[in-house]
Design a binder for this molecule. Structure first.
Ligand SMILES: [Zn+2]
Length: 387
């Protein structure tokens, strides 16, 4: 996705780290050279918490929204649409409201950085308030797309009481301005909707990145501006580490960029291992969310890993099939699924090495490019800056 810049070659020397690896990042931190760590996060750090992915057709959330006849799923976060019809947002808010979800190991890792006095600033695109729930001091958090923490009238800006908001959300009822008939405006949490500006805090604090000595980018596809440009403010020679399913946003193009591609929580655990913090981290996390929730999150992670493995195997099978084809006509997406005999035949005989590179390039995009779209986690904040 938008990878116009190429990854730095292995023989390019590093400037700051011993090498481009998590082990070297850990050495850099434990040696005391990283005292001002900035962290940038997106939906990927909340995946294990079970925050529903808006765009995934499998989730009940999507089905609920479909029933509401929205022009597009994203309309639920569109200010113009909200003014006309606020009900869909409140149906969704009931599902997403803080308290329904618990921090992941990634959230607690950032909290641990704060406890050790190493967190310079956290910039999050998430509205789920799980950073606060993980115990990260609010003054170190920039909720770039707002959050459910506060709410106010969209007309006169009068704040609305939190306890009354909770009651409204629980019943999926639309709250109105506490000034009553005098105003009558709709009340909305301080979540940044489409057609709204980002909080001033985002602009006030983004300069802190230029004084950072390490940047961790976690679980974000960096598709939504202006948030997506934050890693560009990291000065040359300051290491940047990406924990994400795929390479994004020009990460991997600088001498001290470290790419940890895969599930965010898994990458964070690896870094914690290298730092010698793993035991402390796991304990903090389990103490915070309880054994039952910890097990739930871990089970979810295994399930997602299996699904990912299935996708990889499916893609590998398709590539292998194309490699084996004698006909110059590439397989089309309309072609019926392969027969059992064909599967057996394929499994019995391996393709000869080095015979099909050109044919792979000719493979129709229909069969391979659909795969990433099925992965809602990676794409969810492409059009929706909020979840
Ligand atoms: Zn009002």
């Amino acid at each position: 996705m938008g990878q116009e810049s190429s990854v730095i070659s292995d023989d390019t020397p590093t400037e700051t780290l011993r090498e481009r690896s998590l082990a070297a990042v850990a050495e850099y931190i434990t040696s005391g050279k990283a005292k001002r760590i900035v962290v940038m996060t997106g939906a990927g750090i909340s995946t294990a918490a079970g925050i529903p992915d808006f765009r995934s057709p499998e989730t009940g959330l999507y089905a609920n929204l479909a029933k509401l006849n929205l022009p597009r799923p994203e309309s639920v976060f569109d200010l113009l649409f909200f003014k006309e019809n606020p009900k869909p947002f409140y149906v969704l808010a009931k599902d997403l409201y803080p308290g329904n979800f618990h921090p992941t190991i990634s959230h607690v890792f950032i909290s641990l950085l704060a406890k050790k006095g190493l967190l310079h600033q956290l910039y999050t695109q998430n509205i789920d308030c799980l950073e606060r729930a993980a115990g990260i001091p609010p003054e170190l958090i920039v909720e770039a797309h707002g959050s459910f923490a506060n709410q106010r009238c969209i007309e006169c800006k009068t704040p609305f009481p939190a306890d009354r908001m909770r009651e409204h959300v629980a019943r999926a009822e639309v709250p109105r301005c506490i000034r009553g008939a005098e105003c009558g405006g709709l009340v909305k949490p301080d979540i940044v909707f489409f057609h709204e500006a980002l909080p001033m805090l985002f602009y006030e604090r983004k300069d802190l990145i230029s004084s950072a000595d390490l940047a961790l980018v976690m679980g974000t596809s960096l598709q939504v501006h202006p948030f997506a440009s934050l890693p560009n403010y990291v000065p040359e020679g300051v290491p940047r580490v990406l924990f994400n399913l795929e390479r994004v946003g020009g990460l991997g193009t600088q001498a001290d960029d470290v790419l940890e591609l895969g599930d965010c929580d898994t990458g964070v655990r690896k870094l914690a291992d290298q730092l010698g913090w793993r035991e402390e981290l796991e304990k903090e996390w389990r103490d915070l969310i309880g054994e039952e929730e910890a097990l739930k999150q871990l089970t979810g992670a295994w399930k997602r890993a299996e699904e990912l493995q299935d996708e990889v195997e499916k893609l590998a099978d398709e590539v292998e099939e194309v490699l084996k084809m004698d006909s110059p006509v590439p397989r089309t997406p309309e072609e019926p699924a392969e027969s059992e005999e064909r599967v057996k035949e394929r499994d019995d005989t391996k393709a000869e090495p080095g015979t099909g590179t050109k044919k792979v390039e000719e493979m129709p995009t229909g069969s391979s490019e659909e795969i990433p779209k099925q992965n809602g986690v990676a794409l969810s904040d492409k059009t929706l800056p909020l979840l």
